[in-house]
Design a protein around this ligand. Structure first.
Ligand SMILES: NC(=O)C1=CN([C@@H]2O[C@H](COP(=O)(O)OP(=O)(O)OC[C@H]3O[C@@H](n4cnc5c(N)ncnc54)[C@H](OP(=O)(O)O)[C@@H]3O)[C@@H](O)[C@H]2O)[C@@H](O)CC1
Ligand SMILES: Nc1ncnc2c1ncn2[C@@H]1O[C@H](COP(=O)(O)OP(=O)(O)O)[C@@H](O)[C@H]1O
Ligand SMILES: [K+]
Length: 624
């Protein structure tokens, strides 16, 4: 799934309108319909008593994430789901003509189940065909089943709602195209029998272009409208709110009536469905201005916006559904969009990763590569042990762990599968003089990983420079090795093989010479620019880890959860990435797949506990 900036989105809009000749109003109509469908899906879930957003969809992985078309996401206690495609999997109104069959429609229905015209099924008739034409007779009185042959009719189920009469939605409309999307949605809701009132943030006369057409169409349908600041508006007096105030054309913090409406909508306690992005969100960085809508659902149009993936914006968006509006998906790639959501499909198709991790029947340990790990010191020997064990669990054939010799007696037997290579360090610390020994050990290794629990030592810059320049395989640099880099000017260091850096935001701040808050302000943008400037694969860790390549591609991972914020979890990641590199994945593949698997293992591990907070790093290894 492609992830775009506001500017890229505008270019894609233009391309569709000008080159393909699809009128802008058609895109807006599709957007309006998509928003209305998601509002109705939400009403159904609410009607079914589902406080979360999981009815009808759910996820293949136990409820933490959904990527699939039609998936309505998951009731997941806080982890995000990004449904794609149609109708949130809600199957209201889908009918089965099989006698007595009420189920069997994928996704199920939130409003009374799938209806059947067979015996004994009474509920669920809610659509255009309810107007007559004999269909009612099939179910009348619960009489004997009549099997229709050859001809069947079904209604526009995504735009029908059995309990429409109980709903009253307010549409907060800005004067740009985002407002136009909301106005188009209002018409569809009205058609579904839902009471709708338009609340204009600005004088309706100030709308232009397609938004003005939508204004006039809504007026012609007699949809009631008020103007904020001129008419009395009570945002609490409704059953839900569509936020169509500001979209990708928004600049800076919401002003005037926009700000007041956002604050009042949040305070109303009503569920908010945002058009494209929550108003007040920076669509590119994920920064939330004051105020910013807190949405229950965000109906993101055409392509996922970067700001919806980056915190705090990701926290303000609620359940994000990306809906097609008629812009061909292939246009994004063709026009140079280079950020993707890291899904199994992206791993398979864009990164060519064999996600099944198939092994050759003839394979042996030599087939799967050998990692050399330089890690661990007296107070942090466990970091090395975690990395080494994780590399093994990631499937590599052999791991050699180089460590200061004083530690040897203490780690012998901790992981009998490991090979241990003590280097000079009788005080349990690393020393600059060990570079030659590590280089010798690295000779025939498929990957070298440096850093977990390493500590700092005199001459460490020169030590790292030698390993950087002279090791003959891909390098993974983590933890204190990153801090060594941050203190060095490594731009002149030469390198023949790829390097993967795996900083958490604090380490990234030191590398980039900015504050941690500065790192978090636009993680995707920073990762892209740092990776390109320094010729490295950058893995910027934390919620929604970003993997950026020197060629300007980036992948945003959404596996994992806050329970993984626990000492050693990053060391485990270093081990996983190293283990994959050793098996022959290239650096971008290993970094992306490693991050994905690490998060997935964290999710599996958390499910074995009462609470994700109980997770410790070793659990992630065991769940691999
Ligand atoms: N064909 C298309 O293009 C398609 C577009 N689509 C939809 O359009 C959206 C983008 O629409 P857009 O570009 O019209 O901008 P939009 O987000 O409505 O905001 C602009 C308005 O807001 C105002 N304003 C700005 N900042 C403000 C602030 N801080 N505080 C207060 N006001 C502020 C600004 O006023 P001005 O500053 O000009 O006075 C201007 O009037 C996109 O997200 C998607 O929903 C889809 O339908 C697909 C097809
Ligand atoms: N909220 C979160 N959501 C998903 N993953 C997280 C979250 N918090 C931390 N993680 C992951 O846990 C790991 C923590 O790494 P790090 O901070 O380097 O720990 P350590 O240095 O103790 O090994 C990273 O892979 C990070 O992405
Ligand atoms: K909006």
């Amino acid at each position: 799934m492609d992830v775009v900036t506001a500017e890229e989105m505008r270019a894609l809009d233009r391309e569709t309108i000008e080159r393909l000749g699809i009128p802008a109003i058609a895109l807006m109509e599709n957007a309006g319909r998509a928003i209305a469908e998601e509002v109705i899906a939400l009403c159904r879930r609410r009607g079914a008593g589902d406080a979360g957003y999981g009815a009808g969809g759910g996820s293949a992985d136990g409820g933490t994430r959904s990527y699939g078309a039609g998936a309505a996401g998951s009731a997941d206690g806080g982890t995000r789901s990004y449904g794609v495609g149609a109708a949130g999997g809600a199957g209201g109104g889908l009918r089965s003509y099989k006698a007595g069959a009420a189920g069997g429609v994928a996704g199920g229905s939130g409003d009374g189940g799938t209806s059947s015209y067979g015996a004994g099924v009474a509920g669920g008739l809610e659509s255009a065909d309810a107007e007559g034409r004999g269909l009612g007779a099939w179910a009348a009185g619960g009489g004997p089943a009549i099997q229709p042959r050859g001809f069947s009719v079904s209604a526009d189920s995504a735009l029908t709602l059995a309990a429409a009469g109980a709903e009253h939605w307010l549409v907060l409309a800005g004067k740009g195209n985002n407002g136009g999307d909301g106005l188009a949605a209002a018409r569809h809701l009205r058609e579904a029998g839902i009471a709708v009132t338009l609340v204009y943030a600005a004088a309706p006369e100030s709308l232009a272009g397609e938004a003005a057409l939508q204004r006039d169409a809504a007026a012609a349908m007699g949809i009631p409208a008020v103007v904020y600041g001129r008419d009395a508006v009570d945002l609490a007096a409704c059953s839900g709110i569509i936020d169509a105030l500001l979209g990708t054309g928004s600049a800076g913090a919401p002003r005037g009536a926009y700000a007041e409406l956002i604050a009042a909508a949040n305070a109303s306690g009503n569920p908010i469905v945002s058009a494209d992005i929550p108003s007040g969100l920076d669509a590119d960085t994920g920064e939330t201005h004051e105020p910013c809508i807190h949405a229950a659902v965000t109906v993101c149009l055409a392509f996922l916006k970067r700001g919806l993936l980056q915190y705090p914006g990701a926290g303000a968006a609620g359940h994000v559904v990306v809906r097609s509006i008629g812009i061909p998906a292939a246009l994004a790639r063709e026009s140079g969009v280079r950020v993707s959501l890291l899904t199994p499909e992206v791993l398979r198709t864009r990164l060519q990763v064999d996600v099944s991790r198939r092994r050759s029947p003839e394979g042996h340990k030599g087939t799967y590569g050998h990692v050399l790990l330089a890690a661990g010191s007296l107070r942090m020997s466990g970091a090395g042990l975690l990395s080494a064990r994780a590399a093994l669990r990631a499937g590599c054939g052999l791991v050699t762990w180089a460590l200061p010799d004083k530690l040897l007696p203490y780690v012998i037997g901790c992981a009998p599968e490991l090979m241990l290579a003590p280097v000079a360090g009788s005080d349990g610390e690393w020393h600059a003089g060990t570079a030659a020994e590590v280089l010798r050990l690295s000779g025939s290794r498929d990957c070298v990983a440096i850093g977990p629990g390493l500590g700092r030592f005199e001459g460490d810059t020169e030590w790292l420079r030698r390993l950087w320049e002279e090791t003959d395989s891909p390098l993974v640099i983590d933890a204190d090795a990153l801090n060594i880099l941050a203190d060095a000017d490594y731009s002149a260091w030469s390198r023949r093989h790829p390097v993967i850096l795996t900083p958490h935001p604090g380490e990234m701040a030191r590398l980039a010479g900015i504050s941690t808050a500065g790192v978090q302000r636009d993680r995707i943008g920073l990762a892209l620019s740092y990776a390109a400037a320094h010729g490295v694969i950058l893995v910027l860790k934390g919620a929604h880890t970003v993997i950026a390549t020197p060629e300007g591609q980036a992948y945003v991972n959404i596996t994992g959860h806050p329970g993984m914020g626990t000492g050693g979890a990053g060391d485990v990641l270093t081990g996983i990435i190293s283990g994959l590199l050793a098996q022959g994945l290239d650096a971008a593949q290993a970094a992306a797949f490693g991050v994905y698997l690490h998060g997935l293992a964290g999710e599996h591990a958390a499910r074995k506990r009462d609470n994700p907070a109980a997770l410790i790093a070793g659990d992630i290894i065991e769940a691999l």
